[in-house]
Design a protein around this ligand. Sequence first.
Ligand code: BGC
Length: 279
Amino acid sequence: MTPEHYHTPEIPTPNFAELNGGHPHEVARSIINDKLIKIADAYNIEVSRERVPDAYVDWDVELAYYRPQTIDLPRGNTSFRKEGDNPDPQDPKMIEGFISLEAPHIYRDYNGAPLNPAGRTGLRGRGILDKWGPTPAADLILLRNNPETGVLETLLINRGDTGELAFPGGKVDPGEDPRQTAFREIIEETGLTSDTELDMSHAVTAYEGYVDDSRNTDNAWMETTAMYLYLTPDVAAGVHFSEEGSSDAVAAAWTAIDQNLPNRMFASHGKILDYILTA
Ligand code: BGC
């Protein structure tokens, strides 16, 4: 991709399997989110994921002895509740349908719980997610060329929860458009201001779908709309933010995009960055 102007080029959006080169989700099968461990610990619950071999991730492949632990501790029902948390009812049958960016139809198990379209994770229930099925998020990928070195950079935050580098982003509030979410979150997490009004209508969707996130379970998972916006030098020069980060972020910085960067990033963010650079 050669970013030449503010009108960031349109690129086709891959689905999760394409983004991952056909590999089944690895983070969701191997990592237990730190916050999930902490909340479960407050209820004296020890969390473990049942190991799901690659060949058995797909729900269509029968796995006779699959008995994963059930953790259903939606954050909004715990003492870790944050403002805006709005947990779904405990019984997934109460939910009429699920709107997923990843799959046109979400199947359910015999209890009515939605089934993760990326397959088994080794954990049942919602974990700490408030919603059954997909939880929508949005991410903003700002790009610029460093004014001194010319190197392509992206504005990243350090996540307070996992300590990893990530695009600014967060969960979509009810009634919100992902574009609004992405813009709101970058302001909340970096204190971003701009001398020239940043026109989000130029932001291009690079990815819409499932995210391989450590909070995911068999029945609840994160999805994101990731948009990128290339800033011309004049616009980029007028962008200011706080290096301390705020809200869910503990630092923010223009970060040089080099070969190692994607490996140091949260959830699927590295894969999305790789994709933008090669699309
Ligand atoms: C994060 C987003 C991320 C999404 C899925 C949200 O909590 O803020 O950056 O894409 O989770 O992992």
